[in-house]
Design a binder for this molecule. Structure first.
Ligand SMILES: [Cu+2]
Length: 265
């Protein structure tokens, strides 16, 4: 009797269907991409934002428990990313293939978003529960994921406002410009003094994880700067006075992302 208990094999868990494995891989890839973005692609490592990587990692662990609904966490993660403000940076990066790191990162991101969604669809269609079926539809899921990523990229294609940016400036010219830092959620410095009638060019370096903007209602200035990037605002103030500049992205203005512009006569 004792022998029988000692040699009894532990109950074997059935192998995960291929689409479920793909859902886990896509979540791990999204986590790796995010970590790489925050630590290595950014102008300098943005450590405080790194813990967010735990969300896709946690989702991957839950998917691995292989309940029927868990692969849906992969498309859910993709939708969360597409609903986040960083979505606005995708067209900006797609419009600039010469800025290789951001461009390649964005292509990989779109691919993994597409595969995450395609995997979820494959799972909901009820095929994922059976290993054989899942293996058969795996290539279709991957191809579908690529196509879906391309479609998302196409839908978010750059509009006219996303072009421009640093075009026309050499690195030396950029380095010579006065620089304001955009952070989450403030300007540094937050006081800008200029002379009426004189054209000013200011470089805005966004060191935050969120996209930001430099907006000046009275002067009709709007410069949108994606996370980790720089942009140059050029304008000529005409009327002396004290004005407010602000970030027009989301509710950043209400959150206090404002500054003061003094135009001297
Ligand atoms: Cu902002």
């Amino acid at each position: 009797m004792d022998m029988a208990i000692a040699t009894a094999a532990p109950p074997r868990r059935p192998a995960l269907p291929a689409t479920t494995l793909l859902a886990i891989v896509s979540l791990l890839a999204l986590a790796a991409l995010y970590a790489y973005y925050v630590v290595a692609i950014f102008p300098r490592p943005n450590w405080p934002y790194l813990p967010i990587v735990l969300v896709p990692l946690l989702f991957a662990v839950i998917v691995a428990t292989a309940r029927p609904w868990t692969p849906l966490l992969a498309p859910l993660m993709a939708l969360i990313i597409l609903a986040a403000p960083v979505r606005g940076d995708i067209p900006y990066n797609l419009a600039r293939p010469d800025e290789t790191r951001y461009f390649v990162y964005t292509l990989l991101l779109l691919t993994m978003l597409g595969i995450s969604i395609a995997t979820g669809l494959a799972a909901t269609l009820g095929k994922a529960g059976r290993s054989g079926h899942a293996r058969a539809i795996l290539p279709a899921t991957i191809v579908g994921g690529f196509l879906l990523g391309a479609i998302i990229g196409g839908l978010l294609r750059p509009g006219p406002a996303e072009r421009g940016g640093l075009a026309g400036y050499t690195d030396a010219e950029l380095a010579a410009l006065p620089t304001f830092v955009m952070a989450d959620l403030f300007f540094d410095p937050s006081l800008l003094e200029v002379r009426a009638g004189q054209t000013v060019a200011i470089r805005f370096a966004n060191e935050g994880l969120l996209p930001h903007a430099f907006d000046l209602a009275d002067e009709r200035v709007h410069l949108r700067v994606p996370s980790g990037r720089s942009g140059v605002a050029v304008f000529t103030p005409t009327t002396p006075g004290t004005y407010t500049f602000y970030c027009g992205v989301g509710d950043h203005r209400a959150e206090g992302m404002v500054g003061t512009l003094i135009v001297r006569p």
